[in-house]
Design a protein around this ligand. Structure first.
Ligand code: ADP
Ligand code: MG
Length: 780
């Protein structure tokens, strides 16, 4: 022990000498000058003093004031100065892997070191840290996993949780675990950092911990909403077609490009006008999230962004441009589109960069560099550039208004699949990024009235993630009893809803009776879709009918592509009925409609097809892109084999598809009794139910199936079922619920409950013979 102490002492002194050497060098001096200019520096001593005197401290301050890069460094420096350098171990968590990497690199550079010496990082599957690393930046998920094996965080002296204002699920999870740990580790210091002033909530969660605010300064930023800058850019919409951006196209290629560009411009003009008209028409008076679904920026999309960027590059003063997009797939496609453009593709005019979680670190560094004179830097970024990364020279911000929430990166780091509207606070934050060095401009690609309908703040992820998925995450992180754990959260969800979610997970076989994750549950927790949809995907992969099942799952996650205009309801319903071809399934109708659209798309007649059949091309496109993401995900998680192509061997088998749909939607089942004049439908919980009239099963006089499985029910006065599919007794027996836990008997007992309730004695015999067969099968 004494020998050990001696080594630590010696190492600490070495660290101190090395730090002093750097500070004395001219480069070190220069770096120090920059660091001293940051607002955090003025608070350095106060911060250090408060941290040494309190177990928990909450620090807030504007983005860019120096929280992430400076505060952990102050602690490290002061420990080193006090010759305790080799005895300290500081962990600073980041919500995203890219910020953990970027920040650690920056801090190492500020200390005149290579990454992996005293400063390192660790993210899933990657890291750069040495034996003597004292300050480690890691993702929140990495620290959560470390806590699985080392409950006490042995040897760690400081934990800094960054970006807590984002209220990500992992950060909220981590705070619960750390709060439980604090009494057992009185020497451990916890520092929470936030970009906004909501420090009180966190302070009271930790029994009134002291809060420190770092005052900052930013320049004003002018906000332009869609209706403003359409005027401002000088292009009256109706005159779009006459404007020629390319006066002298010299080459044939340029002429072609210009032609294509003009065509696109007229397309933007009409879609912007349509969109504005729709927005005004609907008025957004109700200010509900519902009204937001009417406004769809996807219909304007990339072309509008391109148009705004063109305006900035050609007419605005120098300064970098930061474009907020929804995700890396969008970023990559826009980047491709822009690179083919005569202006943006010209490296002597534009430096086009992407900034998202999965980019290479060489590209990462370019984001912070100043481009050559006369070259305009344009960075296409996800919402991570909102707070965790600061690009200093940004003067223009383009904001598309949507984001894919960061969910589920606890174990898999897979992004949430669907973009949704941001909050007013996020829009303000995005705008603020333009005012770092001088007054800036922000282009919001939506009308002011849409902004007014945004919610004020983003709901914490814990309260916005579906509870069933949340419970699976808690189990996969081994955080103990679900309801106990959640009851200790900063803002806990309703206990009854939690209980219902746990019950549901047991019924579908994701949790066993004692609330442990089953094998199915483990796979489900790795897929960023609701458990029932995940189960459908897994069954689709297992039974080799993946393509149609991906269509169904994508359709259920996006929205119904079948349009039902009020004044043409009859026509629309009969158009949909054509796709059903008497098979009593909305889901099969969706599969046919999608396949038909794909075939027409291949012949460039997708739009006519949609028009004729009352389908939304936009929704079909969204389904298409989601399907691509699913197959990527399934490959990534190993559920489908990259090499073999047999995951569609049975895709033509309609019976099997029904069965897989049943596997996913169970226990959403209702019994069918065909009567003389009507059809009697009953569910276990609600008794008598009805079908929506736009279901293909809504208009028929007889349903030749004993059961319907359904995706969703809505209670008006009576309960109505949305999309449904007819299934047979044997399908329900084999695919309803689970066989694994509780053995076959348990499965049959549970199903038996359903069957008895619905009084279907006829299948009891089949039941028994099936049971025998199945038992033999399972023995094998
Ligand atoms: P905060 O966490 O408060 O948002 P940071 O500590 O991330 O602020 O950044 C403080 C300042 O350090 C930024 O304003 C920027 O000037 C500078 N900075 C941060 N990262 C880098 C980098 N990778 N390269 C150059 N400068 C950087
Ligand atoms: Mg920060």
């Amino acid at each position: 022990n004494v020998a050990m102490e001696k080594i630590i002492r010696r190492k600490s002194l070495q660290l101190r000498n090395k730090q002093q050497e750097w500070l004395d060098s001219s480069e070190g001096q220069q770096m120090l000058e920059f660091r001293k200019s940051l607002p955090a520096f003025k608070e350095r001593d106060m911060l250090l003093k408060t941290i040494s005197e309190n177990q928990v401290v909450v620090v807030s301050g504007e983005t860019g004031c120096g929280k992430t890069t400076q505060l952990p460094q102050y602690i490290l420096e002061s420990e080193i100065e006090a010759a305790r350098g080799a005895a300290c171990s500081i962990i600073c968590t980041q919500p995203r892997r890219i910020s953990a990497m970027a920040v650690s690199e920056r801090v190492a550079a500020e200390r005149g070191e290579n990454l992996g010496e005293s400063v390192g990082y660790k993210v899933r599957l990657e890291g750069m840290k040495g034996r003597d690393t004292r300050l480690l930046f890691c993702t929140t998920g990495v620290l959560l996993r470390r806590l699985l094996v080392d409950r006490n965080l042995t040897g760690v002296t400081h934990v800094i949780v960054d970006e807590i204002h984002e209220r990500g699920m992992n950060e909220d999870f981590l705070l619960i675990v750390l709060r439980d740990l604090l009494p057992q580790r009185p020497d451990l210091r916890l520092i929470l950092m936030s970009a906004t002033l909501n420090a009180e909530l966190f302070s009271s969660y930790f029994g009134g911990a002291p809060t420190i605010h770092i005052p900052g300064f930013t320049y004003p930023v002018r906000a332009h909403f869609l209706e403003d800058f359409v005027e401002m850019t000088g292009y009256r919409l109706t005159q779009y077609n006459q404007i020629d951006d390319y006066g002298q196209e010299k080459t044939w290629k340029m002429q072609k490009q210009a032609q294509a560009f003009r065509k696109r411009k007229s397309h933007i003009a009409s879609s912007v006008e349509d969109a504005l008209e729709a927005a005004n028409f609907k008025g957004y008076s109700s200010r509900t999230q519902d009204s937001l679904s009417c406004w769809n920026p996807d219909s304007i999309g990339f072309n509008l962004i391109e148009h705004v960027l063109c305006h900035i590059v050609r007419r605005e003063r120098p300064g970098a441009v930061l474009v907020f997009m929804t995700g890396w797939d969008d970023i990559n496609s826009l980047k491709d589109q822009l690179q083919a453009h005569p202006i943006f593709g010209d490296p002597s005019r534009v430096l086009l960069l992407a900034c998202h979680g999965s980019m290479a670190s060489s590209e990462q560094r370019l984001i912070f560099d100043k481009p050559e004179d006369g070259v305009r830097k344009i960075v296409l970024a996800t919402n991570m550039a909102e707070t965790s990364i600061t690009i200093n020279d940004v003067v223009f911000v383009v904001d598309c208004g949507k984001a894919k929430e960061t969910s589920y990166d606890a174990l898999n780091n897979t992004p949430c699949l669907l973009p949704s509207w941001i909050s007013k606070a996020a829009a303000r934050q995005r705008r603020g990024r333009a005012g770092r060095v001088q007054p800036g401009e922000c282009y919001h690609l939506y009308p002011k009235c849409v902004y007014e309908a945004f919610s004020d703040y983003q709901l914490p992820e814990l309260l916005r993630t579906p509870l069933q998925s949340l419970c699976l995450q808690i189990k996969s992180l081994q955080l103990g009893s679900i309801s106990d754990f959640l009851s200790r959260a900063l803002q806990p969800p309703e206990p009854l809803s939690v209980q219902n979610a746990v019950e549901y997970l047991k019924v579908i076989g994701a949790l066993d009776e004692s609330e442990n994750l089953t094998i199915l549950g483990r796979h489900l927790s790795a897929l960023p879709v609701e458990p029932k949809l995940g189960k459908m995907l897994i069954y689709g992969a297992v039974f080799n009918c993946l393509d149609p099942i991906m269509t169904v799952v994508a359709g259920l996650s996006v929205r119904d592509p079948f349009l039902m205009p009020f004044d043409k309801k009859d026509l629309a319903e009969s158009a949909k009925a054509q796709f059903s071809a008497q098979d009593y399934s909305d889901h099969l109708a969706l599969i046919r409609a999608y396949d038909g659209w794909k075939a027409s798309e291949a012949q460039q007649s997708g739009y006519e097809y949609c028009w004729k059949n009352f389908l939304s091309a936009q929704t079909l496109k969204a389904i298409d892109s989601l399907r691509k993401q699913f197959s990527y995900l399934l490959k990534d998680t190993g559920l489908i084999d990259q090499r073999t192509k047999n995951c569609n061997t049975w895709s033509h088998d309609e019976h099997l598809i029904r069965a897989v749909i049943c596997a996913g939607l169970f226990p959403g089942i209702c019994s069918v009794v065909n009567k003389e004049k009507s059809i009697g439908l009953k569910t276990m919980e609600d008794g008598q139910v009805l079908l929506y009239s736009n279901s293909v099963n809504g208009a028929v006089s007889k349903i030749p199936f004993p059961w319907l499985v359904f995706n969703e029910k809505v209670k008006v006065n009576t309960v109505f079922l949305r999309d449904s599919t007819g299934i047979s007794d044997s399908v329900l027996l084999l695919f309803g619920g689970k066989i694994s836990s509780g053995g076959l008997d348990g499965h049959l007992k549970m199903l038996g409950g359903y069957l008895e309730f619905f009084m279907k004695p006829a299948i009891a015999d089949m039941y028994l013979s099936l049971k025998k067969e199945l038992e033999e099968l399972i023995q094998e």
